[in-house]
Design a protein around this ligand. Structure first.
Ligand SMILES: NC(=O)c1ccc[n+]([C@@H]2O[C@H](COP(=O)([O-])OP(=O)(O)OC[C@H]3O[C@@H](n4cnc5c(N)ncnc54)[C@H](O)[C@@H]3O)[C@@H](O)[C@H]2O)c1
Length: 359
């Protein structure tokens, strides 16, 4: 919570502000900064309150609430996943979030998180891949070329040095859009190849990112497609009954998770018994577990998205926006001079005068 004069304000960061921030910083630096922020917060994993997210399922989708706190700041994200939305001209995933002050319980920031989630998910994927992919990997297959696609591609290009990107989507228009957007950036070091099917995309790839949206147990990757040493960044299987990998692909790999109790419910490992061995990513980042154990090992990041990453995201966008003086304030919380006199807001004249002071 900040003071403007004598007034407590809640900051608001909308889509336009995140868009301006990305333009001001450059997406590569923005993703890199976000990855650092997430890495720093994962390093203090034990300080955070952790719980699997609360999911409200419906026929075509899910609405989830993702809270966490480190005892100083509290955050939550509201996010949905409705794969059928795109057919109606709507996004599959939308999100917003709040950062609050634990000491007073006052909200300090209300922020868009649709765009920011795509950036944080890509940053998280690249951060995890640093420990799981072979360091000499240069080729990535990207299966699923929708809203998240460009962000994943660019995170792996800028942070991991991927030089060849193989695209496949059941919707050729999505791959054409992704190729057009990436070519528009004129990245001389990035070769883009559109492929006819999954197998053509993954053959010989060092990294395979699956980021498809389909509300069913899809099997995008089968055991025959997997080559020794591959790293699989499985992003789209993130809900009960919504997976991307054949169970035998997981059985043959070293599998890394964000927060095990949540991934057991939502990740690709939901297909396997509860004692299937997994590695906690935070322990790898803390140096108490190793990542990849050899050149031939197949590794899987069974990504579902954890609340801590959104806490990092909210803090990151807030600091960046404040630093540049962009974003604005909203009268989300009343502030009567007498805190016991909330009733004064029922007199429209009084409320208007306070709103004017905040604006
Ligand atoms: N793990 C995380 O942290 C995280 C974060 C954000 C989104 N997601 C998930 O990522 C997925 C993609 O999100 P989005 O916003 O890009 O959705 P989107 O709907 O914009 O794009 C998904 C794409 O997948 C394609 N697709 C569907 N089935 C396919 C198949 N069998 N083979 C190839 N392509 C296929 C669709 O045609 C579409 O272009 C969603 O499932 C979402 O829930 C995960």
């Amino acid at each position: 919570m900040r003071r403007t004069g004598e007034i407590l304000v809640v900051d608001y960061i909308g889509v336009r502000t995140v868009s301006r921030l990305v333009a001001a910083m450059g997406l590569d630096l923005f993703i890199a900064g976000m990855a650092n922020e997430i890495e720093d917060d994962y390093a203090r994993w034990t300080q955070f309150d952790k719980s699997p997210r609360h999911a409200a399922h419906s026929v075509d989708g899910v609405i989830e609430l993702m809270p966490t706190s480190d005892g100083v700041a509290y955050s939550f994200k509201y996010v949905n996943g409705h794969p059928k939305n795109t057919a109606a001209g709507l996004l599959t995933v939308t999100a917003f979030g709040v950062l609050a002050d634990v000491a007073t319980g006052y909200p300090v920031l209300l922020s868009e998180l649709t765009l920011a989630t795509a950036i944080r998910t890509a940053a998280m994927s690249a951060l995890a891949a640093r420990w799981m992919a072979r360091p000499d990997g240069k080729t990535m297959a990207l299966i699923g070329n929708g809203a998240q696609g460009e962000f994943q591609a660019l995170a792996f290009h800028h942070l991991l040095g991927i030089r060849e990107l193989r695209l496949y989507d059941t919707d050729p228009a999505a791959s054409a859009k992704l190729e057009r957007n990436l070519r528009g950036l004129r990245l001389p070091q990035l070769r883009i190849v559109r492929c006819a099917d999954v197998l053509a995309a993954v053959r010989g790839a060092d990294i395979v990112t699956t980021v498809t949206a389909d509300k069913r147990n899809a099997i995008i990757l089968t055991p025959e497609m997997i080559e020794p040493g591959m790293h699989l960044n499985a992003v789209g299987g993130d809900c009960p009954g919504k997976t991307e990998l054949h169970a035998d692909v997981l059985r043959g790999a070293r599998v890394f998770v964000e927060f095990e109790p949540q991934t057991r419910i939502e990740g690709d490992i939901q297909q396997l018994p509860a004692d299937f061995p997994v590695v906690d990513l935070w322990k790898v980042l803390a140096g108490t577990e190793v990542g990849r154990q050899g050149d031939d090992q197949v590794t899987v990041f069974d990504s579902v998205g954890f609340a801590l990453e959104d806490y990092s995201t909210l803090r990151y966008v807030h600091v960046q926006a404040l630093r540049r003086g962009i974003g604005r304030e909203v009268d989300l919380v009343p502030r009567p001079e007498d805190p016991k006199d909330l009733f004064r807001y029922t007199r429209s004249g009084d409320a208007r005068s306070l709103i004017r002071r905040v604006a």
